[in-house]
Design a protein around this ligand. Structure first.
Ligand code: C2O
Ligand code: CU
Ligand code: CU
Length: 462
């Protein structure tokens, strides 16, 4: 297919421009935000969890049941809690009518436990996995990863959070009362049909399915009631393709304390933060300092929609302060001077997406890397005739450091552990990455339709 026919095709499919922002029906604020349950261990002596992927019906709209997927429930999933040093066993059970996998996004586990497309479970199958938690406190997540079906299964509701704690996180004194001043927030956009059903094949766009309805933790029109205190929000962009630029409607600033894989060294004050699909950030908003008379809300600056209105209740909570030093991650002299040993070129759009000119092939290993050895990967987002688009690039099984963006130091709030990184058209980023475990790991664009369309490769760590 030549380029002109590719462009015609794109327009027929409704793809006008990469920059077009499909607006989001924001929240009107009538429903209290749902808080996912914390999963309890099956057993007191050890950390043993059971996680079932299942089908169900969820009352997203009053009086109507929507068919959805969920983990241990009908929609989304519980929060799994680990501590650094724990040995964790998870019994994963596929109760769906189709194959699925259980992928632990951001977790440093071996390729066997990682839940990539090679670890598929058929309907009715189960598998017990076991691993040690070797990484620091962070907010990770889990979702399915079956070849070609990730986007549909996530869209239907399979996604949950993982919290890792460690001694450092417990000593920092950050807000940590779950559901009260430490709030998990999964942002997603969906499209519902006339029957208020999720009809993935009707909504699907090869360039990334963008919904017209905002859900937070699966709640339609959510609002969050908070005290007059500092509140920690753990943000996950859990959408298939939409980018979110989180901002307070009043323009007030907030403080970012953590990236995908851990705490920043120092809190960073921001007016807004952009998260592309699969990225996380922990931010702290000080509601004791904000004037809430005219209504406060978290909005998406990309389209102006209201994502989450806040209702600030009278009582002030305990006044905690954010420590000036939270972590000690830094880029070493040695890492700075390492040569680039892996080149990744992201290119294309719709179903013509590739990495280094190739589409995913489960039989092909694209790169090899030695366990425990740091290498520098250079990732380039090659623009197309229409300018190109942002690709959120993710690597399994490791947390990495961003060395540079177009040769410049990364912004302050990206100087922490990352497992996903937003890459603009014509941008080159360099990262330093080390795998602690062995196995075959995926790297891919986290626009889930791009991933399913083959914008994915494999690195074998040995
Ligand atoms: Cu969120 Cu391949 O993963
Ligand atoms: Cu992942
Ligand atoms: Cu992409």
């Amino acid at each position: 297919m030549d380029h002109s026919s590719m462009d015609d095709d794109a327009i027929e499919n409704g793809h006008m421009s990469h920059d077009e922002v499909v607006s989001l029906n924001g929240s009107t604020g009538e429903n209290e935000l749902k808080i996912p349950p914390l999963l309890e261990s099956d057993n007191e002596e050890e950390v043993v969890y059971t996680v079932r992927a299942q089908e169900g019906e969820t009352e997203i709209f009053d009086g109507t049941n929507t068919k959805t997927y969920g983990y241990n429930g009908s929609f989304l999933g519980p929060v799994l809690q680990f501590e650094e040093g724990d040995t964790v066993k998870i019994r994963t059970i596929n109760e769906l009518d189709e194959e699925t996998t259980f992928h632990w996004h951001g977790l440093e586990v071996s390729g066997e436990e990682d839940g990539g497309p090679h670890n598929s479970l058929k309907p009715g199958e189960e598998e017990l996995i076991e691993f040690e938690v070797t990484q620091e406190a962070s907010t990770l997540w889990f979702h399915p990863h079956p070849e070609g079906k990730t986007s549909e299964q996530v869209y239907n509701g399979l996604a949950g959070l993982i919290y890792i704690e460690d001694d450092n996180s417990k000593s920092l004194g950050l807000p940590n009362e779950y559901g009260k001043n430490d709030i998990p927030l999964i942002f997603q956009d969906k499209t519902f049909d006339d029957q208020k059903q999720l009809n993935y094949s009707a909504a699907m766009n090869d360039d990334g399915t963008i919904g017209d309805t905002s859900l937070v933790n699966g709640t339609l029109n959510p609002k969050l009631t908070v005290g007059k205190e500092k509140v920690r929000l753990r943000l996950l962009n859990g959408s298939n393709a939409r980018n979110y630029t989180f901002k307070l409607n009043t323009g007030d600033s907030f403080v970012q304390v953590a990236t995908d894989g851990g705490f920043l060294n120092k809190p960073v004050t921001l007016d807004e933060i952009t998260l592309t699909p699969s990225e996380r950030a922990e931010i702290i908003i000080d509601f004791s300092q904000l004037n809430s008379e005219d209504g406060l809300a978290l909005i998406n600056e990309e389209d102006g929609s209201i994502l989450l209105p806040f209702e600030v209740s009278g009582q002030s909570g305990e006044d905690s302060s954010i420590p000036e030093e939270m972590n000690d991650i830094s880029i070493t002299e040695e890492e700075m001077n390492l040569p680039v040993t892996k080149n990744v070129e992201l290119f294309g759009m719709m179903d013509m997406v590739t990495i280094n000119g190739k589409k995913f092939d489960p039989e092909r290993i694209d790169f090899t890397q030695d366990q425990g050895v740091t290498e520098v990967w250079e990732i380039y987002n090659k623009p197309d005739m229409m300018g190109g688009m942002i690709h959120p690039f993710h690597i399994h099984g490791a947390q990495f450091k961003i060395l540079s963006r177009n040769g410049e130091e990364p912004p302050e709030n990206e100087r922490g552990w990352k497992d996903s990184i937003s890459i603009e058209p014509d941008e080159t980023v360099k990262i330093a990455i080390q795998f602690k475990q062995k196995g075959v790991y995926m790297f891919h664009c986290h626009i889930l339709e791009h991933e399913d369309n083959g914008m994915m490769g494999q690195v074998k760590v040995e």
